[in-house]
Design a binder for this molecule. Sequence first.
Ligand code: PLP
Length: 398
Amino acid sequence: MKSSSVQSLVSDAPPIPLEGSGIEFWSLNPETTFLNHGSFGARPRDVSAAQLAIKEQLDADPFDVLVYRGQSLLDQARSRVADLVGCDIDDLVSVINASEAVNSVLRSISPRSDQNIVATCHGYNAVNQTVRHVCDRSGADMRTVVIEPPMPDEAGIVDSIMSHVDRDTCLVMVDHVSSPTAMLFPVKEVIDRCHELDVPVMVDGAHVPGMMPLNVAELGADYYTGNLHKWVSAPLGAAFLHVHPSHQSSIHPIVISHDLGEGYQQEFAWTGTRDPSAFFAVPSAIDWFESRFGWDAVQAHNRDLVSWATGRLCEEWSVEPLDVPESSRATSMRTIALPDTVKGHFDDIEDWRIWLREHHRIDAAVHDWANRWWVRLSAHVYNRPEDYEHLIRNGLAF
Ligand SMILES: Cc1ncc(COP(=O)(O)O)c(C=O)c1O
């Protein structure tokens, strides 16, 4: 007998694979069962080739690519990203990763010692560590909102966050899709409620570009960052930061360089010599998905596949997914509680992950969260039902 939360997940059949999406089109090792797109993404071969072509031009004539053509290549890529994520190109800058964006914002805002920053226990560890660091240095208070199982509904999530916000809050840091819990947060409601109190919000949307439709301008956060090397499958080291125009004059890149004082766009455009090929190759990643399948088809496939896989795994292992509100499940990742047998057999959840890799060539994300061990499944277009069946068959056979 399936529990009701598992029952609601099980769909009769997995989605039909999209034509031309198979692992042979990706740079991934086909001998590894890769269920962990969420951590570092993966790249189609065509995208890796596009980046290599840029790197070759860069090495052949660094001055040409970095200086003469640098700004126009950057603008072309920013323009494609702005279209994808729904914002004005002037409000969006390129960064290497979400960590760089979070550090740039947090280290620009300099809280006073009588202020506080609100984050949640669903936050990515590196992001919460940055909040902690900034608070420790300034004497400000870090308030971590604990939202643990049994999970409240969407309104309850918003209320939990807001119960920690007051007029001394100088920033609320909230995930759009969280890392350990793969939960879609009601960020629009959080932003609107915070703005009623004049409290700024930074949304950590590291997972969101490519995973789901996004309109950053409509959301209206003060700061929004998204990785492009995750679900857009751009080369590693491609991300963006969006800063609302009202804050642009006070936000500086974490690396200060020549153009300090020259404005938001110029300061972020040059942060020392670095390899810009990942960001310059973002248009080829966007083209790959748009021209081959269209984003709607990609996102529906991934959502349906992870939903089906979660149902199968829960059914076979007699476990439950993290019971997030229905409205919070529209993602291509799902977090599932591991059975107690795993804890009985391994000292640390990382040991199970290593065992999976070494014995079965399976790569899956694991988390020790809210005093339980969890596996997080991802689904992208190259994944097939057999990948999850491989985990189901072997994952507990220790
Ligand atoms: C929710 C979230 N935020 C931030 C990050 C940090 O991303 P990066 O390591 O690319 O800076 C991650 C990485 O997985 C993440 O999942």
